[in-house]
Design a protein around this ligand. Structure first.
Ligand code: ADP
Ligand code: ADP
Ligand code: ZN
Length: 211
């Protein structure tokens, strides 16, 4: 059971991923979370992320390659934020072939740019990867993570100018993957403007039927 979550910044990938991996006992592989860790000791990564630019493909691909060699992915995984360029998708296909792994579906969560900006401007994150929203999905206790009770923070790249850049990067580099995975017969369209629980139901039903 291996899945990919595709979608623009703010679409709800992280939010859904957290719930999906819990429900189906699979591993959450978020390249964004991995780089938020890495940026604490790597200035080059930090400056790219804070400018809303992508990390070079070779760096990302190597990181994912190493991660996919670990045993825990054998019971299934959910990729969140990877692949993000056509080249990354092609490299992923090569890795999967070598490791004899198949992707079951690619969930493409779509929202429009205005909604993306509304979501990102109110986003509050936890270091465990959980996402909340000050208005749309507030945590049970203000500023504390529902899952691990740590203090929430605002992402450095969630500032308005950087968000605009990230949406541009998404359109230019990541959107073409919709076509790529449609041609591969893997794409599942999800209307991300629905409520969080409606999106979750749709994805869960799809996975449950596939099992
Ligand atoms: P969002 O939740 O807004 O979609 P992520 O948390 O997935 O963003 O990613 C945050 C940042 O980490 C990206 O803007 C980029 O700088 C870097 N990053 C994450 N995944 C990738 C990737 N697959 N390729 C290149 N850069 C990436
Ligand atoms: P991504 O990982 O795709 O960048 P997140 O999961 O971090 O997106 O969600 C972006 C913001 O929108 C967060 O503040 C999150 O709480 C909120 N959010 C996620 N899904 C929904 C939804 N269906 N309706 C309203 N707000 C949502
Ligand atoms: Zn947490």
């Amino acid at each position: 059971m291996n899945y990919i979550l595709l979608g623009p910044p703010g679409a709800g990938k992280g939010t859904q991923a957290k719930k999906i991996v819990e429900k189906f006992s699979i591993v959450h592989l978020s390249t964004g979370d991995m780089f938020r860790q890495a940026k604490q000791s790597d200035k080059a990564i930090a400056s790219l992320m804070e400018a809303g630019k992508l990390i070079p493909d070779d760096v990302v691909v190597n990181m994912v390659k190493n991660r996919l060699k670990k045993d825990d992915v054998k019971n299934g995984f959910l990729l969140d934020g990877f692949p993000r360029t056509l080249n990354q998708a092609v490299e992923l296909d090569k890795m999967l072939k070598t490791e004899n792994i198949k992707i079951d579906a690619v969930f493409s969560i779509i929202i429009d740019n205005d909604e993306a900006v509304r979501r990102i401007s109110g986003r509050r994150m936890c270091e465990c990867g959980a996402s909340f929203h000050v208005d749309f999905l507030p945590p049970k206790v203000k500023d504390l993570c529902d899952y691990c009770k740590k203090k929430l923070f605002q992402r450095a790249d969630d500032k308005e100018e950087v968000v605009k850049e990230r949406l541009k990067v998404y359109d230019a580099q990541t959107k073409p993957l919709i076509d790529y995975y449609t041609k591969a017969g893997l794409l599942v369209d999800i209307d991300g403007s629905q409520s969080e629980s409606a999106v979750f139901d749709q994805i869960s039903k799809f996975i449950a039927n596939k099992k």
